[in-house]
Unconditional design. Sequence first.
Length: 494
Amino acid sequence: MGRRDALRFSLAAGAAKAVTLSGASFARADDGATVRRTLRGHLPTGAPDFVYLPVEIPEGVREIAVSYRYDKPEVPQGTPGNALDIGIFDQRGTALGGRGFRGWSGGFRDSFAISAEKATPGYLAGPVRAGTWHVALGPYTVAPQGMDYEVTVTLRHGEPGHTPRPAYPPERARGRGRAWYRGDCHLHTVHSDGRRTPEEVAAAARAAGLDFLTTTEHNTTSGHAAWQGLWGDDLLVLCGEEITTRNGHYLALGTDPGTFLDWRYRARDDAFPRFARAVHRASGLVVPAHPNCPFVGCQWKFGYEHADAVEVWNGPWTADDELALAAWDNMLVSRDTWLPAMGNSDAHREGQDVGVPQTVVHADDLARGPLLAAIRAGRSYLAESSKISVELKATTTKGAHATLGETLRAEPDTEVNVTLTVRGAPEGATLHLVTDEGTMRTGGGTQLGWRTTPSLATYVRAEVRHPAKEGSGLPGAMAAMTNPVWLGRSRRVE
């Protein structure tokens, strides 16, 4: 792109969400030949979310390889600098929905390659067919000076080879029947911006005492087929994706293997309902992730109408989670529209522990369908490790009883006994029983009881917290928390 094109682009960029620029064209070459083209350009501040560079691919290409770089000028303190993501779409096009999607690595890699036989993690192996491919650039943030970029496309000619059939994980593992199962449903490997391999994550999941995990790479499905030989009778692997938009992230949890969900939209585009429906058609759950994360593009802006649960606890407990907890608790006033809470590690590398926290689910079996049904129903609690187990139940003298995600059906003036039992709590932990009025009972030890009536408490939920830091003015970090037990009438899901 020349200087004149850059100037025209800078004038139009603020009005566009995506733009296609001039690209490169390759002629057919002999087998064994390697041909290379380099594209250079400038992106101004206010650049569109996505910039596409078309690449004309001839017949007879065995592999396409792409590398890129961009400048990182100094910026004033507090001003975002340059950050540029990259991916690619094949000859089927760039239309929303991702029919032509062949991979995305965000800003984690500076190069990738695709052939029929293999592909760089984050990308999908398959034939490099003739037609117009598009290198996709995502200017995540642009410095005041703008961004100069350089993209090099290399084609290697020859016989294409054969694409291996993907080996997806089974939907069921040997469970314990109806029981409590521990899972971490937000994890990253080298297939997006994680540093661990799937082998390392599987080993860490077993060490953390997990029964299941979900692979949720950013904006790609390449990780779905990366777990062969890693699942087993003791560990179920579910497929998913972290859809990373400019207005927040959400998990497509437990989807059919190979299901790709597009991320190229904002809340103003009114596209989220379409893709939430696509998650549900793929038998998965929609779970907004770290909704109060303060980083650019991470805070959740799409609302909760189409969600099935919400990630209240993400990684070690922080102020962001405290905000998410407060917002979630406010939802509980309406039991017809509330969302169950989840806790996941979002672990990327060593030092970020898999299973901290984890969602502990009471499901009929260690299988995709029963686990997702239990998560959606709120039959679960969250814990910082497998050392902690929690039981919360409500009973009446007439024999009615209910536990997490269930409703204790009782008349408004019926006396209800609530009992919280905790095993493996950290030293000095405090136990809390919380209702729609706030915290109603606090204590230490391993058990806490309380009496109420449905007329006084719409729900009861529990928290187990570490001792507060002296002088912080903040409550102690969470060690475990539960979804609510409902009192008095039915709710939307039983």
